[in-house]
Write a protein that binds this ligand. Structure first.
Ligand SMILES: C[S@@+](CC[C@H](N)C(=O)[O-])C[C@H]1O[C@@H](n2cnc3c(N)ncnc32)[C@H](O)[C@@H]1O
Length: 377
């Protein structure tokens, strides 16, 4: 999957900078109108299209649409215009200029309206597919759309509420329920972004809601759910939507706390959803943390946490401490990056006494991935 990411969220070019708008918002031809920035509000932004680890830029051509929305105080939204740009092979960053007639904006700015820019891909040609299915056939590229947070603006700057534009929003389509809205950090650092596995697992779980075999037989109890290594909280938050009455505790290292608590805060109706820092390395946790995390859970989730053989010892030790309930189920998503990762399954069997009771191959996805449920023997 490719992630469309903001390298720079929308910012404003002050009129005195003398920029000339490339073309009017929404027009499909590239001739600039006979107008200067005195007549326009000009937003600049920068995006990239990259794999989750940020190690491969999309190699192909893609029509990139920057859609400027206005958001009314009742939450309803409408499109103010669409700016189309082209991503071409070899690109690493795509600057986008959105220019809107001031006369058009004045009408809406007066009435406390906010704005956001959504970036999506409308058409593409993948010249060098990176991803193959289990039959080694190229898999059609998938793109994860991104949205800026809501902003207002003055003639000289864009104003984001409390985070100075450091975050963007993702909207993950789920089956049988509303899309899941999540924050992630902008920029090309690896941390605090959504991961492919989390997105695929929560989509799979939402599709499987009506699947009795998975949800009723494999998870006979589901009133308490713990996620370890939760990242932005994608899977745990989706689980709290699937099992609204369950208590869901999300855990990860301190570096994930800010983004994950933000994601919890946009689901205020979920009273039983919380985050606490918890390191798989026992020596790093306080007694207070230990008391909250190392107790009995019906379901323990670990999604894409089995990629680093150096962590297998502390990962499986942590599972031992949080799966004290003999009826606990472990829901694991494993993405096959390297053969040495398979060692963790021997450890789950031999050290943790867990056996596989359910398995589903996610296919076709970039890199083979499996959803598995383990239970005590
Ligand atoms: C590939 S990410 C997956 C995140 C999330 N589960 C998802 O699928 O979106 C792996 C996560 O494991 C966490 N992690 C790595 N080592 C850890 C440790 N020692 N203790 C707790 N979490 C850890 C990382 O901080 C990261 O958020």
């Amino acid at each position: 999957m490719y992630h469309v990411r903001f390298l720079k969220v929308p910012y404003i070019v002050p009129p005195e900078a003398g920029h000339r708008p490339r073309r009017k918002l929404g027009s499909s031809h590239s001739t600039a109108p006979p107008s200067t920035s005195k007549d326009h509000v000009i937003f600049q932004l920068m995006v990239t299209i990259v794999t989750e680890l940020g190690d491969n830029y999309f190699y192909g051509t893609a029509n990139v649409r920057a859609i400027l929305y206005m958001i009314r105080s009742d939450g309803s939204e409408s499109v103010l215009g669409i700016e189309r740009s082209q991503w071409t092979m070899g690109m690493r960053a795509l600057p986008i200029t959105i220019s809107v007639l001031k006369s058009q904006m004045k009408k809406v700015v007066a009435s406390h309206i906010k704005f956001k820019v959504v970036i999506n891909i409308s058409d593409f040609s993948d010249k060098s597919p990176l991803f193959y299915d289990s039959q080694q056939a190229p898999v059609k590229a998938l793109f994860l759309t991104v949205s800026s947070l809501a902003f207002s603006f003055t003639p000289v700057k864009v104003i984001y509420e409390d985070d100075h534009g450091l975050y963007a929003q993702r909207l993950i389509p789920l089956a049988n329920m509303k899309p899941l809205i999540l924050y992630e950090e902008i920029g090309d650092s690896m941390a605090k972004h959504l991961w492919d596995s989390g997105v695929f697992l929560c989509q799979y779980l939402s599709q499987s809601l009506s699947n009795l075999e998975l949800f009723k037989l494999q998870f006979p109890h589901y009133s308490s759910i713990l996620e370890i290594g939760c990242g932005c909280g994608t899977v745990g938050i989706a689980m709290s939507e699937i099992y609204p009455s369950a208590t869901v505790l999300l855990t990860d290292l301190e570096s994930a706390e800010d983004v994950c608590t933000r994601n919890i805060s946009i689901h205020p109706q979920k009273k039983n959803l919380s985050f606490i820092t918890y390191d798989w390395d026992k020596s790093e946790n306080t007694s207070e943390t230990i008391a909250q995390v190392e107790r009995t859970w019906d379901i323990v989730i670990a999604c894409d946490c089995t990629y680093n053989p150096d962590s297998f010892d502390i990962f499986t030790d942590a599972l031992e401490r949080v799966m004290t309930n003999p009826a606990s189920r472990l829901l694991l998503l494993h993405k096959e990056r390297h053969g040495s990762e398979n060692m963790v399954f021997d450890m789950l069997r031999e050290k943790n006494g867990l056996s596989l009771i359910w398995k589903h191959e996610l296919d076709p996805v970039p890199l083979k991935a499996r959803v598995e449920v383990f239970a005590r023997k």
